[in-house]
Design a binder for this molecule. Structure first.
Ligand code: NAP
Length: 348
C-alpha cells in the first residue's frame, strides 16, 4: 500500500504540540510516486497542500484549510568505503530510531543528536543540532523531488546553504518540493564531540558512542518535556547572537550571563537563560505555559490552543526585549489556515 487516507481530519496526533486543530484531509504516503500523485491531485483540485513529517517543529495557529500529506517514505541503506560509512535514509524515517540503528551497527557520529524528535527528512530543513553537532557536518546530500515536474535531484551539503537552524529548504526549496531521502557520510575514524555540559566528563580517548548517546538521552529526558505528556515543539526560540558591544552592555549589568563567543567576534547568548531571568518559568497564558525545567520550551498544559501559544510566545519575546534589549526569534515554524505565517511578524 503506497497511500493511506487517514480516517480522521484531526491533526492532534500528527504534531508534537498536540493542539486541537484539523485539516480537510490527511493522507499518509509511503512512496515518492504516491507523494507526487497525491500532491498533484490536491493542487489540481485547487486545494492547499502541506507536507508534514512528524510535526515536531510546527505550531498550528488554526485549522489547516487543505490536505496534509504525511511523509512516511521509509528505508535505510548502508554502504561503506575505506574511510566512511554512507547511510541513505528515507525522509519519513524517525530520526531517533535512525540514531539507535546506526549505533546498533557499530557506527558512531549521530550520538549527540539522540532524542531529537522528528523525521530524517525534516533534519536538513532545520539543520538540527545539539551538543555541538549539527546535521550539516554529517550531510552528504539531500534528495529532493520537484512535485510539479516529478524531477528528483540531489543537493550537495554546500548547495543546502546550511546555517544556524537554517537551510535552502526554508527558502528556495520551500514550496512544491519534498525531501524524499537524505545521505549521511560518517567517518570511520570516529571522534567524540564532548565540549557541551556534562559530556566534558568523558575521557576522549576511552569514551564510546554508546556512552555519549546514553548521557545525551539522560540529560534531554531530564530537561525536556515528553510530548506525550505535555505537547511541545522543543526549543521554541533560537539562541540570539549579538554584537560584542551589546554583549558588553549586558555583561556589565549581569556579570554571570552565560555566553559563547563566535568566530566573527559576536556572542551567542542562551535564550533559555534570558527567559528565565524574566521570571517566566511556569508563566501561563490560557493552556500554554513556559516549561519549568527549561524556559526555552513552551508547552501545551493540556487544553492550549494555537492562539494561546502565540500569545505566550509574543509575551516572552517582549519581556526579553524589554529587559535585555535583545530580540529572540522563534525557531518553530507557524502554520495558519492557508499556509505558513511569518513567525517573527506575528510575535513582535
Ligand atoms: P544548555 O546546556 O543549557 O546550554 C544553553 C545553550 O547554550 C545551548 O542551547 C547552546 O547553544 C549553548 N551552549 C552550551 N554549551 C555550549 C558550548 N560549549 N559551546 C557553544 N554553545 C554552547 O542547553 P540545553 O537547552 O540543555 O541544550 C543542549 C543542546 O541540545 C544544545 O545544543 C541545544 O541546541 C540542543 N537542543 C535543541 C533543541 C531543539 O529543539 N532544537 C531542544 C533542546 C536542546 P546551541 O543551541 O546554539 O548549541
Amino acid at each position: 500500500m503506497n497511500r493511506t487516507c487517514v480516517m480522521t481530519t484531526s491533526l492532534t496526533p500528527f504534531h508534537t504540540f498536540h493542539l486541537p486543530v484539523n485539516a480537510r484531509k490527511i493522507i499518509s504516503v509511503s512512496t515518492k510516486e504516491a507523494l507526487r500523485d497525491e500532491w498533484l491531485l490536491a493542487t489540481q483540485a485547487g486545494e492547499l497542500v502541506l507536507i508534514l513529517g512528524q510535526g515536531s517543529n510546527m505550531l498550528f495557529l488554526d485549522d489547516f484549510d487543505g490536505t496534509v500529506l504525511l511523509n512516511r517514505l521509509l528505508g535505510i541503506a548502508l554502504s561503506e568505503n575505506d574511510d566512511f560509512y554512507f547511510l541513505h535514509v528515507g525522509g519519513g524515517e524517525n530520526w531517533h530510531q535512525l540514531v539507535e540503528w546506526s549505533l546498533d551497527q557499530g557506527i558512531g557520529g549521530l550520538e549527540n543528536l539522540a532524542l531529537i524528535p522528528g523525521c530524517a527528512g525534516s533534519a536538513p530543513i532545520q539543520n538540527i543540532g545539539a551538543y555541538g553537532v549539527e546535521f550539516e557536518s554529517l550531510c552528504d546530500f539531500v534528495e529532493v523531488m520537484d512535485l510539479r515536474s516529478g524531477e528528483v535531484f540531489q543537493l550537495s551539503r554546500e548547495a543546502c546553504q546550511f546555517g544556524y537552524r537554517e537551510s535552502v529548504f526554508k527558502h528556495q526549496y520551500r514550496d512544491h518540493f519534498a525531501i524524499i531521502r537524505i545521505g549521511l557520510k560518517l567517518p570511520k575514524a570516529w571522534k567524540p564531540v564532548l565540549n557541551y555540559g556534562s559530556l566534558a566528563q568523558f575521557d576522549p580517548e576511552n569514551v564510546t558512542p554508546r556512552q555519549i548517546f546514553t548521557e545525551v538521552c539522560a540529560v534531554r529526558s531530564a530537561k525536556l518535556p515528553n510530548p506525550n505528556e505535555f505537547g511541545n515543539a522543543g526549543s521554541f526560540f533560537k539562541n540570539p547572537i549579538v554584537p560584542l558591544a551589546d554583549f558588553q552592555r549586558i555583561l556589565a549589568a549581569y556579570p554571570n550571563v552565560p555566553h559563547y563567543p563566535q568566530a566573527d567576534g559576536s556572542v551567542k547568548l542562551p535564550a533559555g537563560w534570558l527567559i528565565d531571568q524574566c521570571q517566566l518559568k511556569g508563566f501561563q497564558i490560557g493552556g500554554a505555559g513556559v516549561h519549568t525545567q527549561q524556559a526555552l520550551v513552551l508547552i501545551n498544559k493540556g487544553d492550549a490552543t494555537g492562539q494561546d501559544v502565540l500569545a505566550l510566545a509574543t509575551h516572552v519575546r517582549r519581556q526579553v526585549r524589554e529587559k535585555f534589549g535583545v530580540d529572540i526569534h522563534p525557531e518553530v515554524r507557524f502554520m495558519g489556515k492557508v499556509g505558513e505565517v511569518d513567525s517573527e511578524q506575528v510575535t513582535r
